[in-house]
Write a protein that binds this ligand. Sequence first.
Ligand code: HEM
Length: 214
Amino acid sequence: MSWILTVLSSSIGKKYIMAVSGACLSFFLLAHLIGNSVSFWGKEAYNSYASHLHSLGFLIYILEILLLLLFLVHIVMGITLFIENLSARPNRYAVKEKERNWSASTMPYTGILILLFLVVHLVNFHFITKTVSTAELVKTTLSNPLIASFYLLSLSGLTLHASHGFWSLFQSLGINHQKYNKLLQLGGLAMAVIIGTTFILIPLLIVTTDSFLQ
Ligand code: HEM
């Protein structure tokens, strides 16, 4: 058990936990994206995907608990590292801070936005008594311009967060080489943009196209 304390007490250990939990959350995000992309094939296909998901029954509860734990670990480690960084850099507005790239320096803020999004999202789709099909629920919820705008803002924040997250994941896991770092950075950005824009397309199509999910 003492190895857990050793890992938790070192900054590298925390970064490693952050990277591994971030990687697992990325797998969930990818699976959730693939599932939600079925909406592009119409209402019937989307409802059929949702009922297949629900037919997993007990397995879904286990996955939800795992997911909750992953989010908690990622958030607690993120806050701890942020506080440690603040106390290690008392003059954080010095020139060096300005040199950090934009997505890196906004990580705590985009993280808070994603957390806020998750609360709204779960209230919208998870903690409700369902009286209509999943397609109808998503369509009516995201037809509200205020909710749709919040989704567009949050999903843009998610894109920014993931673009630095993927790069930082490679770094923390030791996947880096001076020769290929630019390529890895671009790869992380491309992955984040693909995931973010595909998610963004859903509320965007709902507010702009009457026939989407109709
Ligand atoms: C436009 C984009 C999105 C749509 C349309 C969407 C849709 C949904 C729907 C319909 C559900 C309920 C599934 C069910 O039980 O029937 C759900 C659950 C969930 N979504 Fe999303 N989602 C989107 C983006 C996201 C993003 C970006 C995240 C994470 C940052 C996320 C995290 C979750 C979580 C954690 C759950 C609960 C898991 C569960 O019910 O088992 N979603 N989403």
